[in-house]
Design a protein around this ligand. Sequence first.
Ligand code: F6P
Length: 310
Amino acid sequence: MNACIRAITRSAIYNGIKVFGIYRGYEGLIAGDIKELTTEMVSNTIQQGGTKLKTARCKEFRTPEGRAKAYENLQKAGIDALIVIGGNGSLSGARDLAGEYDIPVIGLPGTIDNDLYGTDSTIGYDTALNTIVECVDKLRDTANSHERIFFVEVMGRDAGFLAQNSAIASGAEAAIIPEDRTDVDQLAQFIGRGIRKSKNSSIVLVSEAQKDGMGGAMYYADRVRKEYPQYDVRVTILGHLQRGGRPSAADRILASRLGYAAIEALKEGQRNIMVGIKNDQIVYVPISRAVKTDKPLDKELIDVLTVLSI
Ligand code: F6P
């Protein structure tokens, strides 16, 4: 996020455009917590995780009254275009504001879940993926030494990009993801592959989507304990570890390119689009399409893991 804020700030100033930071997202917009940004204010931020502008989840912005207050504050501050960095919730808010008021809005994809349609990657995803892989490498030592099955729960409420790709990258034995959960019992499938015949330990990446009111990893660990008591099972929930830390080089470059592109898009007169990246090229997608359409997970990734984890 910081790399992107830096890129927007500097690209705007380079082009003679004043730029304001809105603190705590929509909450700050409704409260009028808005300050002009300078190039110095974003110095030494590209390498820092989190966001200097802070962030918040804001229920009020989901109401027309909340958005009316927000628009009023934009007008008061003399702001005539808005750039929103965030995931589906933030960009849905951006779409609603753009639908109700005459202000150009540009969305930038920022979520570790990578679940926004219209872009190959989202800001934060690569860093989170690297964090997960580093953690799984460490867990592997205990898994191997004690000959255990580890269920490692990762973020991605409705999307398995983190679980599937971190499983491939860490050499895990399986991934349990929402996209593949419809008609197969993924646990039976995994155990059925005779996983313990050739290996003395297993690591299964599970996306956090709830199952029977439980987090994914707990649910599957419980089932193994009941249905396959011969296995020694442990659960690790990586949680918010995945949302912090120094951003990867790939994320810094992505965030910088998207921030720069947002200002270019405004200069071209674009409005109500999300700027994304496809095949390493900047693309524009209507915000409404980006938030409405499900981003498909390439099913070949499932085959890659299945084949390589024998
Ligand atoms: O949507 C992004 C995300 O990181 C999800 O993967 C996760 O479920 C959620 O945010 C966590 O949100 P919070 O920090 O509010 O608990």
